[in-house]
Design a protein around this ligand. Structure first.
Ligand code: NAD
Length: 249
């Protein structure tokens, strides 16, 4: 089964690695013009080269999703280059070492929330300003299975992902009559650099899923492309679980 995003302008934040890269790759395969961002220039260059090697029209921009000046400049650059932004995937995220809640430093709370929550907030604001000007658009936020469920010792991360779910649903309702659809995807665990930095024993993670395995980046990207496509035209404010049954247990 294939998607067709020919001619569409797509932004994926934090796309030099992991799930963001997989989403960018899937959009390239589906014919979109794809803008990817990241905070690492070296990783970004490598990702752009790989995607261009697959025949994609790809623009890589160094950008910190948690900084409003960066995010606003990003939208200016996209509009300058392509004249519009059809689809945005707010994927950039960070993790936190597992720790007892009472030991979590205030600075760690600030760091995680700045990227995972404020970053999505700032990106959505800038994207929606542009989408209103052009008469519509579609946003997919990267939430998590831990947007509805808990994970021991991961209070900053889980807090940020519950908040992304609430933000997605609230803002989706606000713009539902203005031709902007906003949904979130809630992946289970995939062995990306983020997950490998948090957990050593992947079998513990596998056991959390009803399917008793981790997901693949492509399985998450499929869900993102569905939410970004007209196949989901009656969905807004939804949280799509792509989690091997984690939240159904
Ligand atoms: N991997 C999983 O199992 C999983 C599950 C559920 C949700 N998620 C979410 O998916 C998203 C991607 O996660 P991943 O596992 O691919 O992580 P990753 O660490 O493998 O990749 C994240 C990318 O985002 C970039 N990034 C970090 N901070 C940034 C910032 N401020 N601005 C721009 N880019 C930034 C990183 O440099 C990195 O390239 C995150 O929001 C994460 O919370 C991941």
């Amino acid at each position: 089964m294939t998607f067709d995003f020919s001619g569409k302008v797509v932004l994926v934040t934090g796309a030099a690695a992991g799930l963001g890269f997989a989403c960018a790759q899937a959009f390239v395969t589906a014919g979109a013009r794809v803008v990817i961002t990241d905070i690492s220039q070296a990783a970004l260059d490598k990702a752009v080269a790989e995607l261009q090697g697959e025949g994609g029209e790809v623009l890589g921009l160094l950008n910190d999703a948690s900084k409003s000046a960066d995010v606003n400049a990003l939208l200016d650059k996209i509009v300058e280059r392509y004249g519009r932004l059809d689809i945005a995937v707010n994927n950039a995220g960070t993790s936190s070492p597992l720790s007892d809640f009472h030991e979590v430093a205030e600075s760690e709370f600030d760091r995680v929330l700045a990227v995972n929550l404020k970053g999505v907030w700032l990106c959505m604001q800038a994207e929606i300003r542009q989408m209103l000007k052009q008469g519509g658009g579609c946003i997919v936020n990267m939430a998590s299975a831990t947007s509805r469920n808990t994970y021991p010792g991961a209070a900053p991360y889980v807090t940020s992902k519950f908040a992304v779910a609430g933000l997605t649903r609230t803002v989706a309702v606000d713009y539902a009559e203005r031709n902007i659809r906003i949904n979130a995807i809630c992946p289970g665990n995939v062995a990306t650099p983020l997950v490998l930095s948090m957990v050593e024993d992947l079998s513990v993670l596998s056991a959390k899923h009803a399917m008793k395995r981790l997901g693949t980046p492509a399985e998450v990207a499929n869900g993102v492309l569905y939410l970004a496509s007209d196949l989901s035209s009656f969905s807004t404010g939804s949280l799509l679980e792509v989690d091997g049954g984690w939240n159904a247990i």
